[in-house]
Design a protein around this ligand. Structure first.
Ligand code: 8DG
Ligand code: MG
Length: 156
């Protein structure tokens, strides 16, 4: 590593926040930074000393105002090399259910256009259409068994 080396990859956490009654997933269109106009899960940078669960809970509280998450669990990892943006993230995906008594709010409107509910099938329809932030696109492309099992457990 010398002064001209590119920065090392950063660790991001993306959270699949599932509505407990509808089995839908919350996502929002990004504003401002890299990945702007792309649909993304709530999430952000893992901070020093945080567990994945702690980071997931903090980001969901900061961005959506949701304080109660159930069944928080590690879900998947993707390697997100965003060549056009000169960014490289390793994203840890955490799966959780929110509490039907809480309604998501858009607490960072400068970063997100607002949270909407999507079925997993609706999200999958967007693969390959330049609509998804790369970590979410990679998660959906990988379609890991853990995601299928988690969603199946939420489907009524
Ligand atoms: P900060 O760094 O400005 O303090 O806040 P943040 O919450 O960490 O910033 P952010 O812009 O919301 O997210 C930071 C980065 O986290 C984002 O630029 C890329 C990374 N990230 C991933 N995967 C995911 C993901 O699935 N969703 C979101 N929202 N961010 C992700 O690597
Ligand atoms: Mg964030």
């Amino acid at each position: 590593m010398n002064a001209n080396s590119p920065p090392r990859p950063a660790v991001g956490v993306g959270v699949v926040v599932c509505h407990p009654a509808n089995g839908t997933i919350y996502a929002g269109v990004r504003r401002g930074s890299h990945g702007a106009r792309k649909l993304a899960l709530p999430g952000g940078h893992l901070e020093h000393g945080e567990s994945w669960e702690t980071c997931a809970r903090r980001e969901v509280a900061e961005e959506m105002g949701l304080e109660r998450l159930d069944g928080v669990q590690y879900g998947h990892t993707t390697n997100d090399i965003m060549v056009a943006d000169g960014k490289h993230y390793v994203t840890i995906f955490v799966f959780a259910a929110c509490d039907a008594r809480e309604t998501p709010q858009n607490l960072e409107p400068n970063k997100c256009e607002g949270w909407k509910e999507y079925t997993l099938d609706e999200l999958r329809e967007m693969i390959g259409k330049d609509l998804l932030f790369m970590p979410l696109e990679n998660l959906l492309r990988d379609n890991p068994p853990a995601l299928q099992a988690f969603m199946a457990s939420k489907r009524k």
